[in-house]
Design a binder for this molecule. Structure first.
Ligand SMILES: *[C@@H]1O[C@H](CO)[C@@H](O)[C@H](O)[C@H]1NC(C)=O
Ligand SMILES: *[C@@H]1O[C@H](CO)[C@@H](O)[C@H](O)[C@H]1NC(C)=O
Ligand SMILES: *[C@@H]1O[C@H](CO)[C@@H](O)[C@H](O)[C@H]1NC(C)=O
Ligand SMILES: *[C@@H]1O[C@H](CO)[C@@H](O)[C@H](O)[C@H]1NC(C)=O
Ligand SMILES: *[C@@H]1O[C@H](CO)[C@@H](O)[C@H](O)[C@H]1NC(C)=O
Ligand SMILES: *[C@@H]1O[C@H](CO)[C@@H](O)[C@H](O)[C@H]1NC(C)=O
Ligand SMILES: *[C@@H]1O[C@H](CO)[C@@H](O)[C@H](O)[C@H]1NC(C)=O
Ligand SMILES: *[C@@H]1O[C@H](CO)[C@@H](O)[C@H](O)[C@H]1NC(C)=O
Ligand SMILES: *[C@@H]1O[C@H](CO)[C@@H](O)[C@H](O)[C@H]1NC(C)=O
Ligand SMILES: *[C@@H]1O[C@H](CO)[C@@H](O)[C@H](O)[C@H]1NC(C)=O
Ligand SMILES: *[C@@H]1O[C@H](CO)[C@@H](O)[C@H](O)[C@H]1NC(C)=O
Length: 739
């Protein structure tokens, strides 16, 4: 025995616990480790020991990358309770707990509830400090591990989420500051909702969410998928829900750090730079900030107007919206009818706080489930792999939606049936050729007046343009497009009209020389054509359509002078079993509106029949109902016709007479039947067509709807403006709203 061995033995006797040797990777009972000593994992990746931040006196026990020259702390034991000076001692006691003391007083300790037998604390090459019984390799049996108590850094292989059996939550928590490793209020955690997802939180406030796992990626970051550096896994079963990333190449160093600025940063060590380089930093953009916009808004950072309402929704407050305050979100254009849904693609799906999930059912059953529960607002496949599987339902308002350019998830959003009806017609049912604005603008030389009927590459066109000065709203224009599309009638094309060579009917019938040119035969043919057109609309088309604004100027004539009914701006479709409707918005053109419509707002096919009667009288007399001026009484054309002792006087005698006058008288008679006061007295269009063809006996007409004999005052009371009296204002082309 030489002197040296003697000294060592002596030391062992004097010091109650044995000091560990440098570069060891573990502590056994009853070893201890004091400030200045470290453990190094077997492969030399990580080191455990005492450290300080900047030049602080405060000492902490932590783990850092052994090979990285820039101090990179990945775990801290006593963040809340620093040691003053270098007197800290870390010990493993016999019950398998690490105890950190300073001068005899407890600073930090682990709590293990499992039975310890020859426990050992080992720093693994993954950066995980584990306490396990000797020889134990099953992680499930570890007495304790640092990966269960993360600091601000997510290392490869580390789970974030929940152990559902033990209730243990693993989440990443920021440091208070780069100098203070005590826990800050920013955290990265998994919310164990039915459709679970990760959130960046500030206390209990959501800052950002990654979107739920859809089998391939987190719905909000489709570009973060398995790559050459790391792979991503998400596990959701009866025992646990967690996410983690693993390295594809273990010689690469990669970490995720949550810092107090509210960012989650993925860093990769670049040896050449001798520094960490940011691989990805979340939230990625403005649109990722949670709650920037309210319900049913979608955000897309590439748009100039970053936030938009979902289709079928409008800003709750247009004012706030226009000043970029999107927080109030959007509301439905049409109230929910609890049927129907709309598919919209490429989404970071809405916040999953109120969801329901069944991974075993498919989309069809999912749809069924959603549509059968009126509080279900949307549904989607929970797993988009392959053809898609699983079902997730959203209840309550859809919030924090982000539209993603590529990837993302398809979402089926509940919509009112009427809203869908529109889109269906627009998108699926009928292929209406559409031309973009610039194309049409160019084709018509910027809607030049000279070029009102312009020449386009596809043939002659006349363009209907929504006029700034028109009282006709955008809704009416849309309605028109929908209806025309729905009609599927080759002669009814609107928006871009089929070129109607000869313009509209009023151009001809109210001008004596043009009338003369046409002759009675043509005029009566036109009446027959209008009657057949209306018959089609009312009874023969797929839908029962009431034109509601039938007038001479809305009848277009093609090169063969065949009339086409146009302008469906305020038309209404009726269910085939529906006969009348009520409106509190009076629209149409004075002079062509039936009494029951003007007075009570009732409209039905009989409202069009009335207008048809007026048009017939206008065609025959060459005079406008509304502009009609009789020096002897203040009556419109209808009233005049009714009290006229000799109806043939009404016939325009400038028109040549190759037609039997009794034929024309029959037309006047039919017209008077059409304009009778009571809707039920008015014939339907099938009867009218029969009568025009002389195939039906004509009954005696009762008085017209606008004529009440001598009592003019009652009429005055009926109408908001002088209706039956001549008015200098020509209003035939405008829509009027009741005041
Ligand atoms: C830390 O130790 C120094 C002297 O070693 C002492 O002056 C100081 O008050 C101590 N601080 C705390 C918080 O214990
Ligand atoms: C080991 O440390 C733990 C935690 O401080 C403590 O609860 C336990 O009593 C200690 N065991 C022994 C044998 O000292
Ligand atoms: C540690 O304990 C000793 C004796 O109890 C005391 O003299 C010394 O000041 C203590 N040191 C610290 C830093 O508290
Ligand atoms: C991604 O990588 C992980 C880990 O290698 C693997 O478990 C997982 O199946 C991969 N995911 C996909 C979608 O390929
Ligand atoms: C792993 O990464 C190292 C360092 O970047 C590289 O040299 C090595 O070729 C990679 N190995 C594989 C299998 O990609
Ligand atoms: C937080 O992380 C970002 C991104 O990595 C970094 O630029 C910033 O300096 C960090 N801030 C702090 C306080 O650590
Ligand atoms: C609809 O779903 C909600 C949430 O799951 C549930 O509370 C409610 O009872 C369901 N309603 C019906 C009618 O099924
Ligand atoms: C408009 O349509 C024309 C022809 O279809 C096309 O060449 C042009 O690029 C379109 N313009 C826009 C702005 O979409
Ligand atoms: C605009 O119209 C002119 C004349 O019809 C045509 O030559 C030109 O190609 C058009 N331009 C575009 C962009 O369509
Ligand atoms: C109607 O249009 C055709 C073809 O453009 C033309 O030949 C005819 O003269 C026009 N008819 C009337 C009455 O203007
Ligand atoms: C039209 O009216 C006639 C006579 O009132 C009636 O017999 C017929 O069924 C009606 N046609 C339609 C389609 O309503």
């Amino acid at each position: 025995m030489n002197i040296l061995t003697y000294v060592i033995l002596f030391a062992c006797i004097l010091v109650p616990s044995i000091k560990i040797s440098v570069a060891d990777d573990s502590i056994n009972v009853p070893q201890s480790m004091s400030d200045g000593e470290t453990l190094v994992s077997k492969g030399g990746n990580f080191e455990l020991g005492f450290f300080s931040t900047s030049d602080s006196q405060k000492r902490y026990v932590g783990i850092w990358f052994k090979k990285v020259p820039v101090q990179t702390i990945v775990w801290v034991a006593n963040g809340v309770n620093p040691i003053n000076g270098s007197s800290g001692i870390l010990t493993l006691n016999t019950t398998g707990n690490l105890v950190l003391t300073q001068n005899g007083s407890l600073v930090w300790r682990t709590i293990s509830r499992k039975l310890a037998q020859n426990p050992v604390a080992v720093l693994l090459d993954s950066g995980n400090l584990v306490i396990r019984n000797e020889g134990e390799t099953n992680p499930e049996e570890y007495l304790w591990q640092s990966f269960d108590h993360p600091s601000n850094t997510l290392l490869p292989g580390m789970k974030v989420g929940w152990n559902l059996r033990t209730g243990l939550e693993r989440k990443i928590t920021s440091w208070k500051s780069p100098d203070d490793p005590s826990p800050g209020d920013i955290s990265w955690s998994l919310k164990p909702y039915n459709y679970p997802e990760f959130y960046l939180m500030q206390g209990t406030k959501k800052l950002y969410r990654q979107g739920p796992w859809n089998g391939l990626f987190y719905s909000g970051i489709p570009d973060l998928q398995n790559n050459t550096i790391f792979g991503i896994t998400f596990v959701h079963d009866n025992d646990e829900i967690f996410g983690r990333f693993t390295l594809a190449n273990t010689s690469v160093l990669c970490i995720n750090v949550i810092n107090q600025t509210g960012r989650a940063t993925n860093l990769v060590w670049v040896e050449g730079d001798r520094n960490w380089r940011i691989y990805m930093s979340l939230p990625k953009d403005f649109c990722d900030s949670y709650g920037i916009f309210g319900a049913y808004g979608k955000c897309m950072s590439t748009l100039t107007q970053v936030c938009q309402c979902l289709k079928g929704f409008s800003p709750k407050s247009a004012l706030a919206w226009s000043s970029s305050d999107w927080s109030q979100g959007c509301v439905r254009n049409k109230p929910l009818s609890c049927k129907g849904e709309e598919k919209d693609g490429f989404f970071k799906v809405p916040d999953t706080a109120h969801t329901w999930l069944d991974a075993s059912i498919g989309l069809e059953e999912c749809r069924e489930k959603c549509l059968n529960n009126c509080s279900c607002m949307a549904y989607a496949n929970s797993d988009i792999r392959g053809a898609g599987s699983g079902c997730v339902l959203w209840f309550e308002d859809l919030i924090d939606l982000k539209q993603i350019q590529t990837g993302g998830q398809d979402l089926y959003i509940r919509m009112s049936a009427s809203e869908l009806e529109k889109d269906k017609i627009k998108n699926d049912e009928i292929s209406v050729p559409t031309f973009n604005f610039s194309y049409i603008s160019n084709a018509t030389n910027h809607f030049s007046q000279n070029n009102k009927l312009g020449q386009g590459g596809f043939g002659a066109i006349a363009v209907k343009r929504h006029s700034q000065t028109s009282t006709q709203g955008l809704d009416e224009l849309k309605n028109e497009v929908m209806l025309i599309a729905k009609l599927q009638h080759r002669n009814l094309k609107l928006l871009i009209y089929e070129f109607m060579t000869n313009g509209s009917l009023d151009f001809f019938i109210f001008d004596s020389s043009r009338r003369a040119l046409l002759g009675w035969t043509k005029l009566l043919e036109i009446i027959g054509g209008i009657a057949r057109g209306l018959l089609y609309l009312h009874h023969d088309s797929r839908l029962k359509i009431i034109q509601r604004d039938l007038k001479a100027s809305n009848i277009l004539l093609d090169s063969n002078m065949i009339p086409k009914i146009s302008d469906f701006g305020i038309a209404r479709t009726f269910g085939l079993d529906q006969d009348e409707a009520n409106t509190n918005r009076l629209m149409g053109t004075y002079g062509y509106m039936a009494l029951e419509y003007v007075v009570h707002g009732y409209f039905s096919v009989k409202s069009d029949v009335f207008a048809f009667g007026v048009i017939v009288l206008e065609i025959i007399s060459g005079r406008k109902n509304r502009g009609f001026c009789d020096p002897y009484h203040h009556l419109n054309l209808l009233g005049h016709t009714w009290i006229e002792k000799n109806p043939t006087e009404l016939m325009d005698d400038l028109v040549d007479g190759f037609v039997d006058p009794s034929n024309i008288l029959r037309y006047i008679h039919i017209a008077l039947l059409c304009v009778q006061e009571r809707p039920e007295d008015k014939p339907n269009m099938s009867s009218v067509v029969l009568m025009l063809n002389g195939e039906k006996i004509l009954s005696e007409p009762s008085q017209p709807g606008f004529y009440t004999g001598k009592d003019h005052s009652t009429i005055t009371n009926y109408f908001p403006i002088n209706f039956y009296v001549n008015s200098p204002n020509e209003m035939s082309n405008s829509m009027l709203e009741a005041r």
